[in-house]
Design a protein around this ligand. Structure first.
Ligand code: IPE
Ligand code: IPE
Ligand code: MG
Length: 253
């Protein structure tokens, strides 16, 4: 038995997270440590996306949400942004046959209109081609930030109210969830951030209210299947109390 197989055998198959979200951080530092340019780190990071998608699908995870490019990342040097956009388009096209073979459905989250035409068309093509898939749903967050998303949701809700279609008294947590880009998707059970930083960087602020957080120093290109399984095993050993007492949770009362 390999170490990977051993870790898989240790998993509680009845407690696999339904939704895993990831902040894929550390590509630039990985490149620097190898004497490469930052964009080489992003290119290397594509293979980690490939692996985590495959493993998530094999484990029966229903939703995998990846932070690929934030609203704030538009402020990076133009050359790096251009390379990232090119890589995103290229990678989605290259991965499409295997995504289809694994029954993976692509969903795009974020201000996709800001993505350059060429990459955007490839993303739309992959989304349409996988629309019928019923396995893992891969949510790619592109030009996404949580504050952008919440602002958009508030605008939509306010205009409904202004038109008289919604009574402000009737606005509930559900109204807000339903107006986010993640409408219909259960909140993440587990959020993993690679790259060693302990911050959220404007990601899914509303949705992670009760997610379990896991931070690893592994840089994204180095984040291995074993590292991913370690995160899930750690998650399985936690008690999610949702504000209740441990007794209540254990006795289901
Ligand atoms: C994450 O890696 C990829 C994106 C944010 C697009 P970084 O590029 O942020 O890598 P570091 O954090 O500089 O090492
Ligand atoms: C978060 O990483 C965004 C993505 C992974 C896409 P950053 O590298 O942009 O985050 P900060 O700037 O270190 O907070
Ligand atoms: Mg970073």
């Amino acid at each position: 038995m390999t170490r990977l197989e051993k870790k898989i055998s240790e998993l509680d198959k009845t407690r696999i997270p339904v939704h895993v979200a990831m902040i894929m951080d550390g590509n630039g530092r990985w490149a620097k440590s190898h004497g490469f340019v930052r964009s080489d780190g992003h290119a290397e990071g594509v293979s980690t996306v490939h692996r985590v998608t495959k493993l998530s699908s094999d484990l029966g995870i229903k939703y995998l949400t990846l932070y690929a490019f934030s609203t704030e990342n538009w402020h990076r040097p133009k050359e790096e942004v251009d390379t990232l956009m090119y890589l995103i388009g290229w990678a989605i096209e290259r991965e499409l046959p295997e995504l289809l073979a694994n029954n993976v459905k692509i969903n795009l989250i974020g201000d996709i209109e800001r993505i350059p035409e060429d990459a955007r068309q490839r993303l739309f093509y992959a989304r349409n081609a996988t629309a019928h898939c019923t396995g893992l749903q891969l949510n790619m967050c592109l030009s996404y930030s949580s504050r952008w998303e919440i602002t958009e949701a508030v605008r939509k809700i306010a205009s409904q109210a202004a038109l008289g279609k919604l009574n402000p008294e009737d606005i509930s947590e559900e109204t807000i969830s339903d107006n986010l880009t993640t409408a219909g998707i259960p909140d993440p059970d587990l959020l993993i951030r690679t790259g060693g930083e302990y911050r959220i960087s404007n990601y899914l602020l509303w949705q992670i209210a009760y997610s379990e957080l896991y931070f690893t120093p592994a840089l994204w290109p180095d984040f291995s299947d074993e590292d991913y399984l370690d995160a899930i095993l750690d998650f399985q050993h936690r008690e999610r109390r949702f504000g209740m007492t441990s007794d209540q949770v254990q006795n289901n009362i």
